[in-house]
Ligand binder design. Structure first.
Ligand SMILES: Nc1ncnc2c1ncn2[C@@H]1O[C@H](COP(=O)(O)OP(=O)(O)O)[C@@H](O)[C@H]1O
Ligand SMILES: [Mg+2]
Length: 351
């Protein structure tokens, strides 16, 4: 079932991670997770839940802002996929999938319409939605990144990224040793366990956006998360989404300053303990002379993952490759990566 969880502040997430096995148990969490997903029935091949949709539970951490209520002109959330009408015309299966993935955002009055498909990918599709400005900091549009149902995703080899990275629950906190049912399900890879692992993947994307956005990073504003979708700031206009840097040619002076901005964001991420893990000109958007870093589900934990240092070097190399083509003298990527790593106070790696 769709569920928007208003996540705790980044600091709280960090505290919870530190809590370890002795940390306080979160009463009711297991029930909440179980209500997301039916171990017996699960998702069908076309990505639709085989159960009839239940009304959404209310967000537990915080209610939607008061001014979200009673805003004129808001569409009534559709009751089922059949009555789900959007300006964008999805195919039949896509419609059911969009409805189950986005209905939480409708119910919380964050969006009022799905306007266009921005890009369909192997792991996720991104849609331009009409935002409710009252609940999205005045935005006209927002981007919904809807992950493909687990059964249909072409899983990238994600093991290397997940090493040393605790599984995140629906509330954005790390699974603890006391969450025995979840740990058992994860270990045995039951349907429920796989669903938790799937959600953890996109919760990392969402919590990273929150952390970086709060720290002033060049990332989309995060507006909501359900177990299958992320709602965030949209780069672009009513005609087209922002291109990725890979499709843009820059003049050398603009390239130099955007190279610096990119490295500053890599630094910011390192300062919060993470490496992007898939950074390149394909995951940086360019709009009105500004760049925005996107696509964070695979973020790597600097301290817990022995490959983090090497993954940073790969990210930096790809960024340097692009900017070198735009005329920037980047210097050797390996040296740059080392400076960034050590500048963040991280221990020198053996590799
Ligand atoms: N916030 C956004 N605003 C506008 N377009 C976006 C936004 N986020 C993603 N996109 C578009 O969707 C594409 C896919 O998003 P991304 O997060 O990179 O997912 P993936 O590469 O895993 O499919 C991007 O290359 C970009 O074209
Ligand atoms: Mg991408």
């Amino acid at each position: 079932m769709s569920r928007v969880t208003y996540l705790p502040e980044a600091e709280e997430v960090a505290d919870d991670r530190a809590a370890g096995p002795e940390g306080e148990d979160d009463a009711g969490l297991e029930d909440d997770l179980a209500s997301w997903y039916d171990e017996e029935e699960g998702w069908s091949r076309d990505g639709t839940s085989r159960r009839a949709p239940k009304p959404l539970p209310r967000a537990r951490r915080a209610a939607p802002p008061d001014d979200a209520q009673g805003v004129e002109g808001l569409a009534e959330p559709a009751a089922d996929a059949e009555s789900f009408h959007t300006t964008y015309q999805p195919s039949r299966h896509e419609k059911t999938w969009l409805f189950t993935s986005l209905r939480a955002f409708y119910e919380l009055n964050l969006i009022t319409d799905v306007l266009a498909s921005v890009k369909g990918g192997k792991e996720a599709s991104v849609y331009r939605c009409r935002a409710n400005p009252a609940t999205t900091d005045g935005a006209t549009f927002v981007a919904a990144k809807v992950y493909r149902p687990r059964s249909l995703r072409s899983l990238r080899n994600d093991k290397i990224y997940k090493e040393g990275r605790p599984v995140l629950t629906g509330e954005g906190r790390a699974v603890k040793k006391s969450d025995s049912r979840i740990l058992r399900a994860l270990g045995k890879k039951t349907e429920f366990g796989q669903q938790v692992a799937h959600s953890s993947w996109l919760l990392y994307e969402y919590t990273t956006l929150r952390t970086l956005h709060a720290a002033g990073g060049a990332v989309p504003a995060p507006f909501g998360v359900s177990e299958n979708a992320i709602l965030m700031g949209y780069e672009g206009d009513e005609h087209a989404a922002a291109p990725t840097l890979s499709a843009v040619s820059l003049d050398p002076s603009e390239a130099r300053s955007l190279f610096t901005v990119t490295l500053r964001n890599v630094e910011l991420l390192l300062a919060h303990g993470f490496v992007h893990g898939d950074l390149s000109a394909y995951n940086i958007l360019y709009w009105n002379g500004r760049i925005t870093l996107i696509d964070f589900p695979q973020v790597v934990n600097c301290e817990g993952n022995p490959h983090a240092r090497a993954i940073l070097e790969r990210d930096v190399t790809r960024v340097c490759d692009y900017f070198a083509r735009q005329g920037v003298q980047t210097g050797p990527p390996a040296r740059l990566a080392r400076r960034l790593w050590e500048g963040a106070g991280l221990p020198q790696a053996a590799d």
